[in-house]
Ligand binder design. Structure first.
Ligand SMILES: [Zn+2]
Length: 456
């Protein structure tokens, strides 16, 4: 078994940073501490570097077909960019095909990942058309390691929306079978009501995407869904929460004992809706839309105080050609921002370097909590004996500029062009294997494994 000693780095573990060594044997971490004079195959000097648990991104869309276009990130290009961003586990969404069983969502992703994935991966099945047989399949999905099911409260025209009475039925079954419902909370009716008059009046530029989906559309859906969680006792998770009211609503529900959690995404923490006013504003069309500074400030507070449990990317990478469909009509633009690679360096730079988060808080937000909440702990998301040796060596001082040249994401454009950040991923180990070494990629295609997840 290959033994690797990572020597003298600042190791970030639960709540503390300690200068110590990490011993890796085979695929696992076997010891932490001062480990002198031991015979190993390779010693990796890590003085001056942070040693972080590999990041976990539970919100990515690979091979995603949406608004008549297919995302350019598949399991090969998506997990390659992930790895360069320090991400060693991803969980992807798999939309139900109306006529197929729900279990088919797992098969589709297994086929897509086979021979391609560079890092470990899991699946969230997405229910779009509820039939009684679909409910019967939920316990089977839980058993097969996909206990987190997503539903959309929006996108009726795209055929994705689930009605509230159906959400309730799904929640009841998830509650009994040890699963959790993830919800895209935006009120479809309210958005349709805002959108049509805007388009009729010729208000079709990117900024009107945000106007057509005001904070109230999200807040209303959040409120109603919390009500359903209260009624059913089911666990609820809000994906990509973007509003200040959402932070309060989730916090209040938690105080009442409702089992509800929320994430936000890196783009809501860095950009505001001002981006949508730019000439190339379609780059920042995503849903929910970017909000004002006030909302962003509250999301940061929510991260510090805990109402917002974690940060993901909602990576949805469409080509520039596809995004251009929205140039003169915001509602024709595929919603999504490629971001799978930027989360760790940007959160470090904006959060830790600027004093808003401690480095241990950052590791919690992008590794530990996502792994715990989504049933991958303690194998993933933490550095401790027995855990998978998913390890990132991170240079906290290195300044660099994000651009199409320095990033590895597969879209032919980036929303992060020209952003200077402090802190850079230097080396990435996935289950003990060095897959990123500075600019070099060393991982073998298809080495990533399915993560059998189980909620605590
Ligand atoms: Zn998403």
């Amino acid at each position: 078994m290959t033994k690797i000693l990572i020597k003298g780095g600042h190791v970030v573990t639960a709540g503390k940073v300690t200068q110590q060594d990490v011993l890796v044997e085979g695929e696992q971490i076997t010891a932490l501490g001062d480990i002198p004079g031991i015979e190993v195959h390779k010693e990796i000097p890590a003085q001056g570097l942070l040693v972080l648990p590999g990041a976990v991104d539970t919100h990515v869309h690979f091979n995603d077909e949406f608004m008549n276009t297919m995302s350019v990130h598949d399991y090969e290009s998506g997990t390659l960019a992930a790895a360069f961003g320090g991400v060693t586990s991803v969980v992807d969404f798999s939309n139900q095909l109306p006529e197929r069983p729900l279990l088919h969502t797992l098969e589709v992703k297994k086929q897509e990942a086979q021979g391609k994935a560079y890092v470990d991966w899991g699946v969230h099945p997405v229910i779009t058309h509820l039939r009684p047989e679909i409910l019967d399949e939920i316990p089977l999905l839980v058993q097969r390691g996909a206990p987190t099911i997503k539903c959309y409260m929006v996108y009726r025209e795209e055929g994705l929306m689930v009605e509230e009475k159906d959400l309730k039925r799904i929640m009841k079954v998830l509650q009994k079978s040890g699963g959790m419902l993830m919800v895209h909370a935006e009120d479809n009716d309210l958005i349709e009501k805002h959108r049509s008059p805007l388009i009729q009046k010729g208000f079709t530029q990117a900024i009107y995407h945000a106007r057509s989906r005001p904070p109230e559309a999200e807040n209303r859906a959040i409120r109603r869904c919390i009500g359903l969680a209260e009624e059913t006792g089911a666990r609820l998770f809000f994906v990509h929460m973007s509003t200040k009211e959402g932070v309060d609503l989730v916090g209040e529900a938690q105080d009442k004992g409702v089992e509800v959690l929320a994430e936000t995404c890196i783009h809501y923490l860095y950009f505001t809706e001002a981006q949508l006013e730019r000439k190339d504003g379609i780059k920042w069309i995503c849903s929910p839309p970017l909000r004002t500074q006030e909302h962003q400030d509250k999301l940061w507070q929510g991260l510090e105080k805990g109402q917002v449990a974690m940060v993901t990317t909602d990576d949805a990478a469409y080509s520039w050609e596809a995004k251009l469909k929205g140039r003169d009509r915001f509602d024709q633009c595929p919603n999504g921002i490629p971001g799978i690679e930027v989360r760790l360096p940007l959160l470090y730079s904006e959060g830790v370097s600027k004093g808003r988060l401690t480095v241990t808080q950052m590791a919690e937000l992008i590794s530990t909590r996502p792994a715990e909440i989504f049933g991958m702990a303690p194998k993933k998301g933490t550095l401790e004996p027995g855990a998978d040796a998913d390890i990132v060596l991170f240079d906290p001082e290195k300044k660099w500029i994000m651009s199409q040249d320095t990033l590895h994401m597969a879209a032919d454009w980036t929303a992060y062009e020209g952003i200077e950040v402090t802190g850079r991923v230097e080396k990435v180990f996935s289950r003990g294997e060095l897959i990123v070494d500075g600019p070099r990629f060393l991982g073998q295609k298809g080495r990533g494994r399915y993560i059998q997840r189980k909620l605590k």
